[in-house]
Design a binder for this molecule. Structure first.
Ligand SMILES: [Ca+2]
Length: 117
């Protein structure tokens, strides 16, 4: 059975399904300083995940790290700040993605809206 998650995950959530949306905390209102949010995505075994940003706006010093697996020791697919993830499509080789959103002590921005499928 395929479970489709239609509601967005919040900070620190994990989602299981073949498509969905991930939002930064408070999106589209600015995220907070000194945050670390972990998102994990799990799709069907044997299937990869494609991840794209519909919106991506981080302040310098705040980063989103994307790992190809189910923890942060998996292969790093990319580290993104400012608007660096706009126009980028990430493809996992595993059936999970692990995202680590880390904000520093000053300056916040709108954050991100990511779509996976
Ligand atoms: Ca910041």
């Amino acid at each position: 059975m395929i479970v489709v998650i239609l509601f967005p995950a919040e900070c620190g959530n994990s989602v299981t399904g073949t498509q969905g949306t991930l939002l930064s905390p408070n999106f589209p209102v600015n995220y907070n300083n000194n945050h670390e949010c972990i998102y994990s995505i799990q799709t069907q075994p044997g299937k990869g995940i494609q991840l794209k940003a519909r919106a991506f706006e981080l302040s310098e010093g705040d980063v989103l790290k994307v790992y190809d697996g189910n923890n942060n020791s998996a292969r790093l697919l990319g580290v993104f700040s400012r608007s660096e993830m706009m126009g980028v499509t990430l493809n996992s080789t595993s059936s999970s993605l692990w995202l680590d959103f880390i904000t520093d002590t000053e300056n916040t921005s709108k954050g991100f809206e990511l779509q996976f499928s």
